[in-house]
Design a protein around this ligand. Structure first.
Ligand code: ZN
Length: 252
């Protein structure tokens, strides 16, 4: 298989890569140390995971560790292709990942605490849970020496803007999302890899935070009976379908 035809590598810094897919506009990642590499997310099923694993092997022969930014299938369900290995995720992500139960005996499941530091050999990587936002178990991956942040779906950089209706699911906590992005803005970063879309810069995180804050204000007004859904849609910075998903789906 010609893997270049499926996905596309982007080198963001020395030994730090994003891999882009046209399907779902997905972005996954790879961070190289001298002793091991870290794979950020795994794509959506065993076949897609196998493609990504083979693409990683075209870059490096180093043993890998996997980190899952959250439990959504398009990020997590390719994990079987990387086993056996250690897999890092937030406890809430593990709790939600019933679908990978059948492969759990081949993985060494590790739980990301608020800040977890990994040593890849000559390179330190920080795994961080910035709070309950896109899901209860969001994890971001910070590579300090090159100023790169893999943000998972806390940041989505869709063509022409930010967020899609799929950004706001039944498991989303809209109320916590702006604060989670504020926490990311305190990091010393120059490049942000979103869960979907092209790599961008920290200023885009600020834009996303302001959009979410505006949505929260609209939602409060709707809940208080001060605005109708139609009023909120008219005042929203986002398209109608995205706004309605944000107003109606999140758990908090
Ligand atoms: Zn997601």
């Amino acid at each position: 298989m010609n893997h270049a035809a499926v996905g596309r590598w982007i080198e963001l810094g020395d030994g730090v890569f994003a891999r882009r897919y046209s399907e779902l506009d997905l972005s996954v990642g790879l961070v190289l140390g001298t002793e091991r590499c870290l794979v950020v997310d795994t794509r959506g099923d065993a076949e897609q995971g196998a493609e990504f694993a083979a693409a990683v092997r075209e870059i490096t022969p180093l043993p890998w560790t996997v980190v899952l930014t959250h439990d959504h299938y398009d990020h997590a369900h390719g994990v079987s292709a990387f086993l056996p290995c250690a897999v890092w995720a937030h406890q809430a992500c593990w709790d939600a990942l019933q679908d990978v139960e059948q492969v759990r005996d081949r993985m060494s499941a590790r739980v990301v605490e608020s800040d977890t530091e990994l040593d890849l050999g000559g390179r330190r990587v920080l795994l961080r849970h910035p709070g309950v936002a896109h899901t209860a178990g969001d994890v971001v991956v910070h590579v300090p020496d090159v100023g790169v942040l893999f943000a998972g779906d806390l940041v989505e950089h869709v063509p022409g803007g930010s967020f899609s209706a799929e950004s706001f699911g039944d498991d989303t906590a809209l109320a916590g999302w702006p604060a989670a992005l504020s926490a990311l803005l305190e990091l010393d970063i120059t490049t942000v890899v979103p869960g979907h879309g092209e790599p961008t810069d920290p200023e885009f995180i600020r834009t996303c935070r302001d959009i979410l804050s505006a949505l929260l204000t609209l939602r409060r007004a709707v809940r208080a009976g001060e605005l109708t859904h139609a009023d909120a849609v008219a005042r929203s910075p986002l398209p109608e379908d995205v706004t309605l998903a944000a107003l109606t789906k999140p758990v908090a």
